[in-house]
Design a protein around this ligand. Structure first.
Ligand code: GDP
Length: 297
């Protein structure tokens, strides 16, 4: 059962926003993700090396943070949505200044709208001689996206993902919008997390990346996702550093899974391993029953 949270969340602490980068192919999503990842303050003492865990955190000099999902692209977004895991708080819509509003740009706008997630427009490749950011602003109007300097309320930032210009401003805008959205989550109580991705690795066994949504996940905790469960054996962050506890808005990779969970599934903390097994047996039973019913019909 998912947690019953109050309508008024003001008693809970603020959490970092979770951001998805979307846009047409070749408009610079991957480049922007790379630049953002590098812009993060690396804990040099610990000698952190970026690890691919499906999401990463960027910290501003002010200490404010934002978490970026590492999978550009629309399939990921709609899969997660259809599975009911609302991971994303806002979408950064990348549009190339030397191109225009393209089919996948329009699709991204549609996805964000139907999920009721606000957009920040990043006009990319502004370093290019043929760049025409104004044309992009006008092109977006046709899709109902009216940016700030065109009289609307959608934030817009001109960037070059390749050269790194405008990136800090973009993150500042994200953090600003997050403040308006007033994103809060309880740091105590049963943990709820979304599975970002899962994999079987040599030496490490089964692991899954989780985005903590509510509560704080600790080593030793037991969580159930779909038909698998995990007694958390170890957790690492996006810099490969071992962490003992993970709070809302934070991505971690966790080991200790009995089976691989699926991306998009919600993991929920339970009190004991026996309860986890009971829930899973129940779910497997129900799935079998549904299968049998389908065959009879
Ligand atoms: P994606 O398909 O949206 O992930 O786009 P990529 O990040 O793979 O970028 C497509 C191409 O555009 C690559 O050759 C990038 O080097 C180039 N590119 C991305 N951002 C910029 C930019 O800000 N300026 C310029 N000049 N090229 C860029």
């Amino acid at each position: 059962q998912p947690r019953d949270l109050p309508d008024d969340m003001s008693e809970f602490p603020l959490r970092p926003p979770v951001v998805t980068i979307m846009g047409h192919v070749d408009h610079g999503k991957t480049t922007l993700l790379d630049t953002l990842r590098k812009s993060s303050i690396v804990d040099s003492e610990a000698g952190g090396i970026t690890q691919h865990i499906g999401a990463f955190a960027v910290t501003l000099p002010s200490g404010q943070r934002a978490t970026f999902l590492d999978t550009p692209g629309h399939a990921a977004f709609s899969n997660m949505r259809s599975r009911g895991a609302h991971m994303t708080d806002l979408v950064v819509l990348v549009v190339s200044a030397d191109d225009g509003v393209m089919p996948q740009t329009a699709e991204a706008i549609e996805h964000a709208r139907s999920a009721d997630v606000p957009i920040i427009v990043a006009i990319n490749k502004c370093d290019k001689p043929g760049a025409n950011p104004q044309k992009i602003r006008e092109g977006l109007l046709k899709y109902g996206v009216q940016v700030e300097d065109m009289g609307g309320d959608v934030q817009v930032v001109e960037i070059s993902a390749l050269k790194g210009t405008g990136i800090e401003l973009l993150v500042e805008n994200i953090v600003l919008l997050a403040e308006v959205l007033d994103l809060r989550a309880p740091t105590d109580g049963p943990v709820e997390a979304a599975i970002i991705e899962s994999q079987s690795e040599k030496g490490r066994g089964l692991s899954a990346s989780l985005l903590i949504q509510n509560g704080s996940l600790s080593v030793g905790d037991i969580i159930v996702a779909g038909q698998s469960y995990c007694r958390i054996r170890s957790m690492t962050n996006d810099l490969g550093k071992a962490v003992k506890i993970a709070e809302p808005g934070t991505p971690v990779s966790a080991t200790g899974w009995k089976d691989l969970p699926e991306a998009g599934q919600t993991a929920i903390q339970v009190e004991s391993e026996s309860l986890a097994k009971e829930i899973i047996e129940n779910r497997i039973g129900k799935a079998k029953q549904a299968e049998t019913l389908k065959q009879i019909q």
